[in-house]
Design a protein around this ligand. Structure first.
Ligand SMILES: O=C(O)CCC(=O)C(=O)O
Length: 326
């Protein structure tokens, strides 16, 4: 970013919030455009953020301070309303929808002897690598030895976080108070109210204990539901074996463009969350989560469920939908 352009946004004493928040790109936005992020693992080059979005992310966040929500058992949230100024968030939404490769992953879920074919009800994509490896000059290397990771280490080809998301990762990390940084960025695109994610918790062992997950919303507003996992009934002579009881009250938050929820502490081991289907909702929405995976199982899992082995989709601005791209 050129000093001249930065100076035009800020004086040395300017408070954190940027003065300019615009829905349209300045005329000279591409005058000194940086080259896109490229990597052998990317199916397409991923452009750099337009400079005015980058400036607003770096200097305009958090737009509002986060509010702690911890008024129910095991609940530990921080809610930023919004984290990114709304107009910037809407532009960032359009940029990511247009520029990222997306996937509609199908997989087989096995429970005992029963196999079920699952069509993930949203578009997904993922970048990152667990903490046993890192990218050095674009090459995945073992953190301990510094040697390139052998091809047998992962069942997938890990993708480095592109510059346009790396800028956001650094900002969120600085405001989330995490001990160790986020090494994964998962992106969901919900085309409308038929797209959803069912109740689940991000409590896999590959995230370690008490995972800190930052979840950012861009674009259309959607309900975010949380409910406590049922607790085993103990201390009652009448309780049937395996009996459970409800704990706490269900939470419904309406997440708008630029809002961010950080889930931390005991939240994931005790609470479930979902984005339910909403008939008639036609607004597209992107959700970005930042997490830290601690072992290779995390890398394998995230690429399996968020890239998979099917075709790639890209946003088509004429038909205004995701289109499979060869
Ligand atoms: O879209 C959201 O807000 C939730 C996403 C989510 O729960 C997940 O990616 O695990």
């Amino acid at each position: 970013m050129s000093k001249r352009t930065l100076d035009s946004f800020f004086k040395p004493s300017t408070p954190k919030r940027p003065k300019i928040e615009t829905e349209t790109e300045p005329a000279d936005a591409n005058a000194d455009a940086k080259p896109p992020s490229q990597h052998p693992s990317y199916p397409i080059p991923i452009p750099q953020l337009p400079e005015h979005i980058e400036v607003n992310l770096e200097h305009g966040t958090p737009y509002k301070q986060g509010q702690e929500i911890n008024n129910q058992p095991h609940l530990d949230l921080v809610h930023f309303q919004p984290y990114i100024p709304r107009a910037t968030a809407n532009e960032f939404f359009k940029f990511l929808r247009r520029e990222l490769p997306f996937y509609r992953v199908r997989y087989t879920a096995r429970r005992g002897n029963v196999s079920t074919e699952i069509n993930t009800p949203r578009w997904t994509t993922v970048f990152g690598i667990d903490e046993t490896s890192t990218f050095e000059n674009g090459r995945a290397v073992d953190v301990r030895t510094g040697s390139p990771v052998p091809p047998t280490k992962y069942q997938c080809t890990p993708r480095p976080i592109p510059a346009c998301l790396e800028i956001l990762r650094k900002q969120v990390e600085a405001h989330a108070g995490v001990e160790k940084g986020y090494n994964f960025c998962l992106v969901n695109y919900y085309a409308g109210g038929d797209d959803s994610i069912s109740f689940h918790s991000d409590d896999e062992r590959f995230l370690g204990s008490r995972p800190n997950i930052a979840s950012l919303s861009l674009g259309g507003e959607r309900d975010f539901l949380m409910k406590h996992k049922p607790a085993p009934v103990t201390g009652s002579a009448d309780a049937k074996p395996g009996a459970t009881a409800a704990v706490g009250r269900q939470i419904k938050m309406s997440l708008g463009s630029g809002d961010m929820v950080i889930m931390r502490g005991e939240t994931q081991s005790n609470w479930l969350h979902s984005i339910p289907k909403r008939k008639g909702n036609t607004a597209g929405r992107i959700n970005i989560t930042f997490r830290r995976a601690v072992v290779p199982a995390g890398t394998n899992n995230y690429y399996h469920y968020n890239v998979g082995s099917g075709g790639m989709y890209r946003w088509d601005d004429i038909s205004r939908e995701m289109v499979e791209t060869k």
